[in-house]
Design a protein around this ligand. Sequence first.
Ligand SMILES: Cc1ncc(COP(=O)(O)O)c(C=O)c1O
Length: 362
Amino acid sequence: MNEEIISQFPTLNNRNYLASCSQGLLPAGTSSAMTAYHEELLTNGTNWDAAMEMLEKARESFAGLIGADTDEIAVVSSVSHAISAVATAFPDSLTRDEIIFTDLDFPTVADVWFSQARFQGKLHVIPAEQGEISLESFEKYINEKTLLTSIPHVHYKSGLRMDIREIAEMAHRYGSLLFVDAYQSAGHCPIHVKEMGIDFLTTGTRKYLLGIPGIAFLYINKETTEKLQPGITGWLGKGKIGARKFDTGTPSFISAYTARASLDLIQSVGVHRIAAYLKELGVYTVQYGCEKGLRLYGTEQLENRTSLTAFAHPQAAEVVRKLQNKGVVLTAKDNIIRIAPHFYNTRQDIERAIDEIVLLSE
Ligand SMILES: Cc1ncc(COP(=O)(O)O)c(C=O)c1O
């Protein structure tokens, strides 16, 4: 990526930042959009219409990012909220009632489904083998009783990318809906919900979408929404048609200003361009890390990996804490260290971070 793009991220002046799987960096233009909202509060106190207009613009930008219609997007507060809303929305009259999710889903997926009294005894978790789940494994679990199959687009620990098209095709063959958690992919992996056969997709904005917490989007395709009535609702969703019936109460407006500005930046750079750049950076991270003696966590098949790369390390949390003090920002999960670049990172960032990990491991 060019200097001009990199210069839009002031944090890079004093941090080697490789934690976009947790929180993406705030672009300068997005920071200005946040300030505009702040100024509005200071000057006018309230400007409901302007804030609601911004919310619609954010909804529109997100729809554009994933190839959906604006009416197919609900604005919710978190990914957990989106999953909960969907879990409460199915009519009583259903003939199928089994829910499938996977070992590779973020833990909140299981937390939500296990808390739904209606689906107790109807939940199936597909185990991962060597960090992956084969199509054959999905075939063992999905059947005529499956109401919904939930998958992550990208595994939050290893960076493994799932083949959505193939899984969607299988789920639909058995009559199951497909739910995709795209929190680790939106913003750097191309997504086209129609072409990929996705029925539900959710993501928040604080990772690769370069936003802040407080807002998440939920895509539900038109035909599916018509059959649903969310049990979590409120005055902004009541009586609405399309996915908007999943809106609830007043959203985090500042997150909407942020989302709109960052989504537009990502669209202007282009997700395909970002993906191509990060593919190279991801391959380089694996190569350089292994060359330096680090142990790769997750699949070794480079074509299935994203640029989120994890290395196994017995003192992962401690190493990450020490590096934080040196201005290198990584994240730890259990016994792994995650290196998660975005389009504002370079090979030198990766090399410096890996060299520091190796130094602390000696
Ligand atoms: C893949 C994935 N799904 C869901 C979540 C949790 O999202 P939320 O806190 O918005 O519920 C995370 C957070 O890190 C995540 O990585």
